[in-house]
Design a protein around this ligand. Structure first.
Ligand code: MN3
Length: 211
Protein backbone atom coordinates (compact mmCIF):
# COMPACT_ATOMS: atom_id res chain seq x y z
CA UNK A 1 0.00 0.00 0.00
CA UNK A 2 1.33 3.45 -0.93
CA UNK A 3 1.64 6.24 1.64
CA UNK A 4 1.73 3.75 4.45
CA UNK A 5 3.29 6.01 7.10
CA UNK A 6 2.59 9.33 8.80
CA UNK A 7 1.76 11.89 7.49
CA UNK A 8 -1.04 10.16 5.67
CA UNK A 9 -2.51 11.75 2.54
CA UNK A 10 -5.73 10.96 0.76
CA UNK A 11 -4.55 9.36 -2.47
CA UNK A 12 -6.90 9.98 -5.40
CA UNK A 13 -9.19 7.16 -6.43
CA UNK A 14 -7.64 5.06 -9.21
CA UNK A 15 -10.81 5.68 -11.31
CA UNK A 16 -13.40 8.42 -11.90
CA UNK A 17 -16.10 9.00 -9.31
CA UNK A 18 -18.61 7.85 -11.90
CA UNK A 19 -16.67 4.70 -12.91
CA UNK A 20 -18.83 2.36 -10.84
CA UNK A 21 -22.14 3.61 -12.27
CA UNK A 22 -24.84 2.37 -12.41
CA UNK A 23 -23.99 0.17 -9.42
CA UNK A 24 -22.48 2.77 -7.10
CA UNK A 25 -23.21 6.41 -7.94
CA UNK A 26 -20.69 9.21 -8.42
CA UNK A 27 -22.02 11.39 -5.61
CA UNK A 28 -21.70 8.59 -3.08
CA UNK A 29 -18.15 7.88 -4.25
CA UNK A 30 -17.18 11.54 -4.04
CA UNK A 31 -18.57 12.04 -0.54
CA UNK A 32 -17.27 8.67 0.64
CA UNK A 33 -13.71 9.27 -0.58
CA UNK A 34 -13.30 13.05 -0.32
CA UNK A 35 -15.15 13.58 2.95
CA UNK A 36 -15.47 10.37 4.97
CA UNK A 37 -12.02 8.93 4.20
CA UNK A 38 -10.50 12.42 4.32
CA UNK A 39 -11.73 12.94 7.86
CA UNK A 40 -10.23 9.63 9.04
CA UNK A 41 -6.92 10.72 7.49
CA UNK A 42 -7.04 14.17 9.09
CA UNK A 43 -7.98 12.71 12.47
CA UNK A 44 -5.23 10.08 12.33
CA UNK A 45 -2.56 12.66 11.43
CA UNK A 46 -3.75 14.88 14.26
CA UNK A 47 -3.64 12.01 16.76
CA UNK A 48 -0.09 11.03 15.72
CA UNK A 49 1.27 14.58 15.49
CA UNK A 50 2.54 14.62 19.08
CA UNK A 51 3.54 10.93 19.10
CA UNK A 52 6.81 10.43 17.17
CA UNK A 53 7.05 6.82 18.37
CA UNK A 54 3.75 5.99 16.66
CA UNK A 55 4.70 7.93 13.52
CA UNK A 56 7.26 5.23 12.77
CA UNK A 57 4.58 2.54 12.59
CA UNK A 58 2.94 1.51 9.34
CA UNK A 59 -0.79 1.82 8.87
CA UNK A 60 -1.12 -1.96 9.21
CA UNK A 61 0.84 -1.86 12.45
CA UNK A 62 -1.39 0.90 13.78
CA UNK A 63 -4.45 -1.22 12.95
CA UNK A 64 -2.98 -4.36 14.43
CA UNK A 65 -1.52 -2.89 17.60
CA UNK A 66 -2.93 -4.32 20.78
CA UNK A 67 -4.97 -1.58 22.33
CA UNK A 68 -2.80 -1.88 25.46
CA UNK A 69 0.25 -0.71 23.49
CA UNK A 70 -1.32 2.57 22.40
CA UNK A 71 -1.11 5.69 24.60
CA UNK A 72 -3.81 5.65 27.26
CA UNK A 73 -6.62 7.98 26.36
CA UNK A 74 -5.85 7.90 22.63
CA UNK A 75 -6.06 4.15 22.05
CA UNK A 76 -9.65 3.93 20.88
CA UNK A 77 -9.38 7.01 18.67
CA UNK A 78 -6.17 5.80 17.03
CA UNK A 79 -7.60 2.35 16.42
CA UNK A 80 -10.83 3.77 14.97
CA UNK A 81 -9.10 6.23 12.66
CA UNK A 82 -6.27 3.94 11.52
CA UNK A 83 -8.94 1.35 10.74
CA UNK A 84 -10.97 4.03 8.97
CA UNK A 85 -8.03 4.77 6.67
CA UNK A 86 -6.93 1.18 6.06
CA UNK A 87 -10.44 -0.22 5.57
CA UNK A 88 -11.53 2.50 3.17
CA UNK A 89 -8.37 2.26 1.10
CA UNK A 90 -8.84 -1.47 0.72
CA UNK A 91 -12.52 -1.00 -0.13
CA UNK A 92 -11.86 1.65 -2.81
CA UNK A 93 -8.75 0.02 -4.27
CA UNK A 94 -10.52 -3.29 -4.79
CA UNK A 95 -13.30 -1.77 -6.92
CA UNK A 96 -13.30 -0.91 -10.63
CA UNK A 97 -15.68 -0.22 -13.46
CA UNK A 98 -18.02 -3.14 -14.11
CA UNK A 99 -16.42 -5.65 -16.46
CA UNK A 100 -18.62 -8.70 -16.00
CA UNK A 101 -15.61 -10.85 -15.18
CA UNK A 102 -15.15 -13.03 -12.11
CA UNK A 103 -12.34 -14.19 -9.83
CA UNK A 104 -8.93 -14.94 -11.36
CA UNK A 105 -5.73 -16.76 -10.47
CA UNK A 106 -5.00 -18.46 -7.17
CA UNK A 107 -7.91 -16.66 -5.54
CA UNK A 108 -10.33 -18.12 -8.10
CA UNK A 109 -9.02 -21.61 -7.29
CA UNK A 110 -9.30 -21.03 -3.55
CA UNK A 111 -12.90 -19.75 -3.92
CA UNK A 112 -13.81 -22.79 -5.96
CA UNK A 113 -12.21 -25.12 -3.44
CA UNK A 114 -13.85 -23.60 -0.41
CA UNK A 115 -17.14 -22.12 -1.59
CA UNK A 116 -17.86 -24.15 -4.72
CA UNK A 117 -18.41 -21.06 -6.84
CA UNK A 118 -18.50 -17.28 -6.70
CA UNK A 119 -22.31 -17.21 -6.30
CA UNK A 120 -21.99 -19.14 -3.04
CA UNK A 121 -19.21 -16.82 -1.90
CA UNK A 122 -21.42 -13.78 -2.54
CA UNK A 123 -24.33 -15.50 -0.76
CA UNK A 124 -22.19 -15.87 2.35
CA UNK A 125 -20.76 -12.36 2.09
CA UNK A 126 -24.27 -10.95 1.76
CA UNK A 127 -25.51 -12.85 4.80
CA UNK A 128 -22.52 -11.54 6.74
CA UNK A 129 -23.02 -7.97 5.50
CA UNK A 130 -26.73 -8.07 6.38
CA UNK A 131 -25.92 -9.36 9.87
CA UNK A 132 -23.84 -6.30 10.81
CA UNK A 133 -25.99 -4.37 13.27
CA UNK A 134 -25.34 -0.68 12.76
CA UNK A 135 -22.06 0.22 11.08
CA UNK A 136 -19.24 -2.08 10.09
CA UNK A 137 -17.78 -4.34 7.45
CA UNK A 138 -18.01 -7.83 6.05
CA UNK A 139 -14.68 -9.30 4.97
CA UNK A 140 -13.22 -12.02 2.86
CA UNK A 141 -10.02 -12.86 4.74
CA UNK A 142 -7.18 -15.29 4.28
CA UNK A 143 -5.54 -17.14 7.12
CA UNK A 144 -2.42 -18.87 5.76
CA UNK A 145 -4.18 -19.19 2.40
CA UNK A 146 -7.44 -20.50 3.80
CA UNK A 147 -10.36 -18.17 3.03
CA UNK A 148 -12.92 -17.12 5.59
CA UNK A 149 -15.75 -14.64 5.98
CA UNK A 150 -16.12 -12.43 9.02
CA UNK A 151 -17.66 -9.17 10.14
CA UNK A 152 -16.30 -6.30 12.19
CA UNK A 153 -18.03 -3.41 13.94
CA UNK A 154 -17.36 0.26 13.21
CA UNK A 155 -13.83 0.63 11.77
CA UNK A 156 -12.36 -2.50 13.37
CA UNK A 157 -10.01 -4.40 11.13
CA UNK A 158 -9.38 -8.17 10.97
CA UNK A 159 -5.65 -7.69 11.62
CA UNK A 160 -6.49 -6.00 14.92
CA UNK A 161 -8.76 -8.85 15.95
CA UNK A 162 -6.49 -11.81 15.35
CA UNK A 163 -2.89 -11.99 14.22
CA UNK A 164 -2.60 -13.77 10.88
CA UNK A 165 -5.97 -12.69 9.49
CA UNK A 166 -5.33 -10.95 6.19
CA UNK A 167 -8.05 -8.98 4.35
CA UNK A 168 -8.78 -9.84 0.70
CA UNK A 169 -12.10 -8.01 0.18
CA UNK A 170 -13.64 -5.28 2.33
CA UNK A 171 -17.39 -4.69 2.09
CA UNK A 172 -18.25 -1.38 3.75
CA UNK A 173 -21.83 -1.59 5.04
CA UNK A 174 -21.93 1.78 6.78
CA UNK A 175 -25.01 3.62 5.53
CA UNK A 176 -22.81 6.35 4.02
CA UNK A 177 -21.59 3.73 1.50
CA UNK A 178 -25.04 3.34 -0.07
CA UNK A 179 -27.79 5.48 1.41
CA UNK A 180 -27.99 8.13 -1.36
CA UNK A 181 -28.71 5.52 -4.02
CA UNK A 182 -29.99 2.45 -2.25
CA UNK A 183 -31.68 4.17 0.71
CA UNK A 184 -32.21 1.54 3.41
CA UNK A 185 -31.77 -1.42 1.06
CA UNK A 186 -28.39 -2.73 2.16
CA UNK A 187 -28.95 -6.05 0.38
CA UNK A 188 -29.41 -4.30 -2.98
CA UNK A 189 -26.21 -2.35 -2.38
CA UNK A 190 -24.32 -5.57 -1.60
CA UNK A 191 -25.59 -7.11 -4.85
CA UNK A 192 -24.41 -4.02 -6.73
CA UNK A 193 -21.06 -3.99 -4.95
CA UNK A 194 -20.44 -7.53 -6.17
CA UNK A 195 -20.59 -6.22 -9.77
CA UNK A 196 -17.72 -3.77 -9.37
CA UNK A 197 -15.05 -5.84 -7.63
CA UNK A 198 -11.58 -5.59 -9.12
CA UNK A 199 -10.76 -9.29 -9.18
CA UNK A 200 -7.18 -8.72 -10.35
CA UNK A 201 -6.62 -6.59 -7.30
CA UNK A 202 -8.43 -9.08 -5.05
CA UNK A 203 -6.11 -11.79 -6.37
CA UNK A 204 -3.05 -9.68 -5.61
CA UNK A 205 -4.43 -8.91 -2.13
CA UNK A 206 -4.69 -12.66 -1.63
CA UNK A 207 -1.10 -13.17 -2.87
CA UNK A 208 0.10 -10.47 -0.44
CA UNK A 209 -1.34 -12.54 2.39
CA UNK A 210 1.30 -15.21 1.79
CA UNK A 211 4.19 -12.76 2.23
MN1 MN3 B 1 -17.16 4.01 4.56
Amino acid sequence: MENNYYPFVNLPLPYDYSALEPYIDAKTMMLHHDRHLQSYIDNLNELLRENPRLQRLSLEQLCGLGIGRLPTGLATEIKNNAGGVYNHRLYFETLRKPTGTGPVGELARAIERQFGDVTSLFGELKTAGMSVFGSGYAWLVSERGRLGIMTTANQDNPTGIKRGLCPVLALDVWEHAYYLKHYNLRGDYIDDWSQVIDWDRANSNYAECFK
